[in-house]
Write a protein that binds this ligand. Structure first.
Ligand SMILES: Cc1cc2nc3c(=O)[nH]c(=O)nc-3n(C[C@H](O)[C@H](O)[C@H](O)COP(=O)(O)OP(=O)(O)OC[C@H]3O[C@@H](n4cnc5c(N)ncnc54)[C@H](O)[C@@H]3O)c2cc1C
Length: 261
């Protein structure tokens, strides 16, 4: 322990010990990849818990025909370069590449990015209806959906992310549009059923929002859903750029739809 006000950085030897430290009442700040947290520690942080020593437990990506499972410390680069992710979850693979520069991809972690909540990867996780496990020394909250879960509390850690691989009828779409806007979605067209779309957009400055009007317009099968996209994206896009962003997203969605026929 350091003197008053000095910064103490602790590396937990394993997950159980990390959870115990987090419950000891001290104001811990977590450091995963550190790309945001280091920037944000501020003068008042005195207790920093580095998660890097948990990499043997929490840095992995597993994909099979039915599910994706990854540890909190998998990096964006791990996601971008995993052959399994590229094959089964191309949406997540594209989002990881689009989220940040190569240098940041190598450091930034899956759960650090999820907690920050900005950009392409959170949008992809929302579109894929990902769930995650939250643990504390008191127990776990498994299978929290990203859309409804509250942010982790001060003594909690996100430990794993799970995704059910969309079935063969689903088309995964990802569009990187102007103004740093990313649109991520899953489109499903079953015989004699309306198209089901699950679409989210996010930007470098905004958390994911669901494109409900666009989903409805696509389900109704009417062309010209540019209007719906423009309205949905309004909170993310400055009015003067709305046309360019809408056009890019509309083109991408049209191409995805055409490829499903
Ligand atoms: C120079 C620079 C450039 C950047 N460029 C980009 C960019 O291009 N695109 C972009 O999207 N972002 C960028 N960022 C922001 C940042 O890189 C992202 O938000 C990043 O994804 C955070 O991941 P991390 O693993 O580094 O998290 P950290 O910075 O270590 O932590 C981020 C937050 O998440 C919490 N946290 C981390 N892991 C867990 C866990 N397992 N359980 C609970 N809480 C946790 C931490 O307490 C902290 O509040 C940049 C940052 C910097 C400094």
């Amino acid at each position: 322990m350091k003197g008053d006000g000095a910064l103490e950085v602790v590396r937990a030897p394993n997950l159980e010990k990390a959870l115990l430290l987090l419950s000891d009442g001290r104001p811990w700040r977590l450091l995963a990849g550190g790309t945001h947290a280091l920037d944000d520690l501020g003068a008042r942080a005195t207790h920093v818990l580095s998660l890097q020593s948990l990499r043997p437990e929490l840095r992995f990506v597993f994909v099979d025909a039915h599910r994706f499972r990854a540890g909190a410390l998998a990096t964006l680069r791990d996601l971008a370069t995993s052959a399994g992710v590229r094959e089964k979850l191309p949406l997540l693979s594209s989002a990881a590449r689009a989220q940040a520069t190569l240098a940041i991809q190598h450091r930034a972690t899956l759960c650090g990015t999820l907690v920050e909540g900005l950009g392409a990867v959170p949008a992809a996780l929302y579109a894929l209806d990902a769930t995650f496990d939250v643990r504390s020394s008191l127990g776990s909250r498994p299978g929290q959906t990203v859309v409804t879960a509250r942010r982790p509390g001060p003594s909690e850690l996100l430990t794993h992310v799970h995704i059910a691989i969309p079935d063969g009828r689903a088309r995964q779409v990802f569009a990187a549009a102007p103004e740093g806007v990313s649109v991520a979605g899953v489109l499903v067209k079953a015989r004699r059923r309306p198209l089901a779309a699950r679409l989210f957009a996010a930007s470098e400055k905004a958390r994911p929002l669901r494109l409900l009007r666009t989903e409805q317009a696509m389900a109704l099968g009417r062309g010209g859903w540019a209007n719906a996209i423009t309205k949905d994206l309004d909170p993310l896009v400055p009015a003067r750029r709305a046309l360019a962003v809408t056009a890019a997203v509309a083109q991408h969605l049209s191409e995805a739809l055409a490829s499903m026929r």
